[in-house]
Design a protein around this ligand. Structure first.
Ligand SMILES: [Zn+2]
Length: 109
């Protein structure tokens, strides 16, 4: 094998990893929704979506838009979840204590 071929092969191997990296970046973060400590749903923030979460505690309308998630409206007493606003970074949390609802941002793996 010539040195030139080796360099070319090495280059191709390295290139083959790029779409993977690029793809995972595109995927971005996910929102993990838990109700009463149990996993309710995970949603990618890359997909715009409106979700009505109805539980025995009440109703929250959750919206994913422009890679951010927020609670649009809720029938809880304090409205803290709505006031929290948009979250998008890993580790950020929206909590609706009256409804035992937690929305958490996590990095997609
Ligand atoms: Zn709330």
């Amino acid at each position: 094998m010539k040195k030139k071929d080796f360099v070319l092969i090495l280059f191709l191997i390295l290139m083959s990893f790029f779409p993977l990296l690029f793809f995972s970046n595109l995927n971005g973060n996910i929102a993990k929704i838990t109700v009463d400590g149990k996993l309710y749903k995970t949603l990618p923030l890359s997909e715009n979506k409106e979700l009505i979460i109805t539980t025995e505690y009440g109703e929250n309308i959750v919206v994913i838009k422009n890679k951010k998630i927020f609670v649009k409206s809720a029938d809880c007493k304090d409205g803290v979840c709505v006031k929290t606003g948009e979250i998008s970074k890993p580790g950020e949390i929206i909590a609706c204590l009256p409804h035992k609802l937690v929305i958490e941002i996590e990095e997609d793996e």
